[in-house]
Design a protein around this ligand. Sequence first.
Ligand SMILES: *[C@@H]1O[C@H](CO)[C@@H](O)[C@H](O)[C@H]1NC(C)=O
Ligand SMILES: *[C@@H]1O[C@H](CO)[C@@H](O)[C@H](O)[C@H]1NC(C)=O
Ligand SMILES: *[C@@H]1O[C@H](CO)[C@@H](O)[C@H](O)[C@H]1NC(C)=O
Ligand SMILES: *[C@@H]1O[C@H](CO)[C@@H](O)[C@H](O)[C@H]1NC(C)=O
Ligand SMILES: *[C@@H]1O[C@H](CO)[C@@H](O)[C@H](O)[C@H]1NC(C)=O
Ligand SMILES: *[C@@H]1O[C@H](CO)[C@@H](O)[C@H](O)[C@H]1NC(C)=O
Length: 455
Amino acid sequence: MVFTIAIYSIVLLLATISQSLAKNILPLGSAKQDEPLPPSQDPFYTPDEDWEASEPGTILKTRSVTIGSIIKLPTPLQSAHQLLYRTTNAQNQPSYAVTTVLIPINAQFDRLLSYQVAYDSPNLDCSPSYTIQFGAPTAVDDPVLELSILAEPFMLAGIPLSIPDYEGIESSYTVGTQAAYGVLDSLRAVLNSTDITGIQSNATTTLFGYSGGASASEWAGELQASYAPDVNIAGAAIGGLPVNATQAFPTIDGTSNSGLLVGGLNGIANAFPPIAEYIEEHLKPEFKSEFDLAMTMCAASVFNSSDGYVPQLADKNISAFFDNGWAVVSEFAELLDTVWVMGQHGVPEFPMFVFQGTADTTVGSLGNATDLVQQYCNDGAIIHYAQVAGADHIPALFRGYPRAQSFLMDIYNGVVPDKSTSVCTNILRGFTQDIESSSTPDKINPPQAVPTFAY
Ligand SMILES: *[C@@H]1O[C@H](CO)[C@@H](O)[C@H](O)[C@H]1NC(C)=O
Ligand SMILES: *[C@@H]1O[C@H](CO)[C@@H](O)[C@H](O)[C@H]1NC(C)=O
Ligand SMILES: *[C@@H]1O[C@H](CO)[C@@H](O)[C@H](O)[C@H]1NC(C)=O
Ligand SMILES: *[C@@H]1O[C@H](CO)[C@@H](O)[C@H](O)[C@H]1NC(C)=O
Ligand SMILES: *[C@@H]1O[C@H](CO)[C@@H](O)[C@H](O)[C@H]1NC(C)=O
Ligand SMILES: *[C@@H]1O[C@H](CO)[C@@H](O)[C@H](O)[C@H]1NC(C)=O
């Protein structure tokens, strides 16, 4: 709790400081700074010929970038790099993606945090590699805000960050297998980038992600042993898990989060052409422009809004967009079960801290995180699990974050969570909710009109 208050105060304090610093820093970063091109137009996002033949995780292109943000805390960065790397897509074909590597000024090159940001979009131009660059559109954007608040403490501790566009070049939002490949191959690339980034190939590596970012991290955990046994992950902290995304259709249609269904359907259509064709066939023409909104807009700022994801789609009955309701879900049930449901591809072999709000209305109805943790515990995983009592999606993030952060920092400092400290045994005995409600803020309103500046 103390940490939550501290984070909140630091955000406000430093945002104020950065406002005053911005005047001085802005000219340095912005002088003749070219606006970055969106990924859909940027040639960096296309590899040179013959990339298919390379091994997953191979670095295909690199460049330096300038990072900017709306409420950038004044952590000096030594450098920022992007790596275009070979990965695999949801159809198990060769593909590629970009990760952004941030090196703080006091970098400890024997550490790496893979931060899976919840960018939650089937639109390539919402990929964090673009939205966190200096000069990208400055509208309040979740990834920027999320990183400003939650990645900052790690950077202040000197931990280099990798922020993968884990949905890949196809922007396969919600496709678990794609996200896993995107994360695992980004780690292969970053851990083989010493010449460029300075990060050591044996750096202690952890994962963090919440909500959409937790999904990517969790899927990476499931598939690590089979897809990337060479990648050594020391631990992960994840929260707000959508355990079985198929359950979203009956439960969040017509709610403030109904736009997520449109995002998810577009994402799955991006990954699987037969689903795209099916949707095209059954989408009523009068709803096409609304359905396409998710392909042109980025996710709304959930930190500053009760309007949910893509506000124009909130409270809509999305099943009514189709001439056959949710038939797409039953038509492709077998496929969806393999890419939308956690817990079926393997047991995470590294220790995890998992936290979930008990009153989560965004992902809480999508399967049962306690059951998933229980299943992994039975299969030998090492998991510290915390339910956040009475907390909805965003409050659970802020209340659970201090525990998540200390879990990862302990790992960097050599404390290896083992079975004796795992709460799996407690779950077996009858689980108690162990992060109580508190007076700490459930929501952080970003300061208004803080100028963008580069660092
Ligand atoms: C690392 O990159 C080098 C080229 O810089 C390449 O030769 C090598 O195969 C890569 N190693 C791995 C494990 O990908
Ligand atoms: C990592 O590699 C460096 C140099 O390659 C070596 O000095 C160090 O001991 C290694 N660290 C671990 C934890 O293996
Ligand atoms: C996921 O949820 C859907 C909808 O409730 C259900 O039909 C399906 O069986 C679930 N999948 C798994 C693997 O549990
Ligand atoms: C946050 O939300 C309020 C109310 O909807 C809005 O007026 C304000 O512009 C938003 N702030 C940002 C930074 O988007
Ligand atoms: C949503 O649309 C479907 C299909 O038109 C309809 O059956 C259902 O009653 C609608 N639900 C609501 C809450 O309007
Ligand atoms: C999840 O399952 C556990 C039992 O395994 C049950 O006690 C709990 O109420 C369930 N939670 C939800 C949100 O369904």
